[in-house]
Design a protein around this ligand. Structure first.
Ligand code: NAD
Ligand code: TYD
Length: 344
């Protein structure tokens, strides 16, 4: 048997893609998924993985120190990759507390367990949002690994704190830590509160597409599997104590994305509705991934025009998965977040 790798948040969008990649391409590794299944995790996501003898699942909260220690005691992982997080900016604006608890204190619990039981590597999955935003009129500017941390939302602030805490455990205790910071991901299994799946879901049901402000904010989109391959490259070729930016130089404004989705689904642009802007809305994110490319030999392989087709068709073919996510609590969420926004 190869490594035992503990993946937190492995029932979520990116963590599950990472588990799928490992089970496929590192068949001698044991994959231990620790996820407490928040609203963002649809249990159907991990249905196939549960049948794999190299995969085990623990329904455990990363904030639960005894629970996490028990998993470490039993599984003795040599590598930990921390995806588990509260991940939606809009929710962090409504309720910051849970973001600080999960994203910062949960990360501390994991780092302490790594110290207690010994570890070959702790990898923290970070976001480019820790660098704040770039102005729309300076396309020459990018986020580099040494760009100052300058967060805007409670979400990005909690993620910045987690990155810094992980790096502090490297410097102070010599824990073998790496950090990656990625741009916006898209692909199958993303919870439909984020831009792309929300717009696909609404357009499919001929519901208005709520574009914040004028839709001119820019995000740098990366196909989820490319992100996961980047993390694997950091684990296998990265140097401890280092940060690696992952992104694909694929910047698009929100309105461009929404129009591409409508075209792909054959739906009219009249569904677009401009609504009140997000508070503190970051203008532009843009990653310079040249360090990861040079040091790890990593590069994205899925072009946006292909990735978005794959994504739209996946949601078209998996209506049951989407319906599971959008029944019940999601409706209250949607009314709360969008009901008051529609009067721009
Ligand atoms: P997600 O919201 O889809 O999934 C998060 C997962 O973590 C869920 O399965 C949830 O149940 C689990 N989780 C949440 N709190 C937990 C807790 N206390 N204990 C155990 N499990 C818990 O998020 P995602 O989009 O897959 O993001 C994964 C990671 O990647 C996050 O750390 C996020 O900050 C980071 N990231 C995301 C993006 C993006 O575009 N989605 C970009 C860069 C970085
Ligand atoms: P999101 O998917 O929430 O990711 P992030 O804020 O982490 O980048 O949003 C992506 C962009 O889309 C962001 O500029 C906000 C915008 N947006 C909308 O215009 N309407 C929406 O309903 C959502 C969810 C996002």
């Amino acid at each position: 048997m190869g490594k035992t790798i503990l993946v937190t948040g492995g029932a979520g969008f990116i963590g599950n893609c990472f588990c799928k990649l490992l089970l496929k391409e590192r068949p001698d590794w044991k994959v231990v998924n620790v996820d407490c299944l928040t609203y963002a995790a649809n249990p159907a996501t991990i249905k196939e993985e549960l049948k794999n003898p190299n995969y085990v699942f623990y329904k455990t909260d990363i904030r639960d120190r005894n629970g996490i220690n028990a998993v470490f005691e039993k599984e003795r992982p040599d590598t930990v990759v921390n995806f588990a997080a509260e991940s939606h900016v809009d929710r962090s604006i409504e309720n910051p507390g849970i973001f600080l608890e999960t994203n910062i204190l949960g990360t501390q619990v994991l780092l302490d367990a790594c110290r207690k039981y010994g570890i070959g590597r702790f990898h923290q999955v970070g976001t480019d949002e820790v660098y704040g935003d770039l102005p729309l009129d300076r396309p020459d500017l990018f986020f580099h690994e040494d760009t100052p941390i300058k967060t805007s939302s409670p979400y990005s602030t909690s993620k910045a704190a987690a990155d810094l805490l992980a790096l502090a455990y490297h410097r102070t205790y010599g824990l073998p830590v790496t950090v990656s910071r990625c741009s916006n991901n898209y692909g199958p299994y993303q919870f439909p509160e984020k831009l792309i799946p929300l717009m696909i879901n609404n357009a499919t049901h001929d519901k208005p597409l709520p574009v914040y402000g004028k839709g001119l904010n820019v995000r740098d989109w990366l196909y989820v599997e490319d992100h996961c391959r980047g993390i694997l490259a950091v684990l296998e070729k990265g140097r401890v104590g280092e940060v690696y930016n992952l992104g694909g130089h694929n910047e698009k404004s929100n309105i461009e994305i929404v129009k591409i989705i409508l075209k792909e689904l054959g739906k009219p642009e009249s569904l677009i509705t401009f609504v009140a802007d997000r508070k503190g809305h970051d203008q532009r994110y843009a990653i310079d991934p040249s360090k990861a490319m040079a040091d790890l030999g990593w590069a994205p392989t899925t072009m946006f025009r292909d990735g978005i087709k794959l994504t739209v068709s996946w949601y078209r073919e998996n209506t049951r998965w989407l319906d599971d996510c959008t029944s019940g609590e999601y409706r209250n969420y949607y009314d709360k977040m969008y009901g008051k926004r529609s009067d721009k």
